[in-house]
Ligand binder design. Structure first.
Ligand code: THU
Length: 136
């Protein structure tokens, strides 16, 4: 079984692949599936800024695209004093696809904070609001 320490190391390594020429802010993510497979992600910035994608979504989309649907833990590493909590867009994606996982935030001081998406993203929008639609 993979340990949390291992996952954190992998998230830190993943951040080295970040492409962040505009912000200089590099983020690494490592997503552990329930079956013990790890998917990594880093942020990838695009010259048309809004096309940029965060490390968390890269990791999650890689896993989903390979058919993996059940997740245990997501480690997010930023080489800064502060933690890097997932942005709003990532919170929505995590809520939709990995509601129960534990999120571990790690900063450059090697401090850790564990959070659940339900606490980060209360009163979330999701599929329940799409049911009962009346189409004109
Ligand atoms: N970023 C992430 O990769 N994850 C987050 O949770 C927050 C922000 C990236 C996007 C962009 O490349 C840079 O950090 C600055 O916003």
């Amino acid at each position: 079984m993979r340990t949390k320490t291992e996952l954190i190391k992998i998230a830190k390594l993943a951040g080295k692949q970040a492409i962040a020429p505009y912000s200089g802010f590099k983020v690494g993510a490592a997503l552990l599936s329930k079956k013990g497979k790890i998917f990594t992600g880093c942020n990838i910035e695009v010259s048309s800024y809004s096309l940029t994608i965060c490390a968390e979504r890269v990791a999650l989309f890689k896993a989903l695209s390979e058919g993996v649907r059940e997740f245990d833990c997501l480690a997010i590493y930023a080489n800064t004093e502060n933690f890097c909590p997932p942005c709003g867009a990532c919170r929505q994606v995590i809520w939709d696809f990995a509601r129960d996982l534990t999120i571990v935030l790690i900063n450059k001081k090697k401090e850790q904070r564990e959070v659940k998406i339900a606490d980060l993203y209360p009163d979330a929008f999701d599929e329940q609001y799409l049911s009962g639609l009346e189409h004109p």
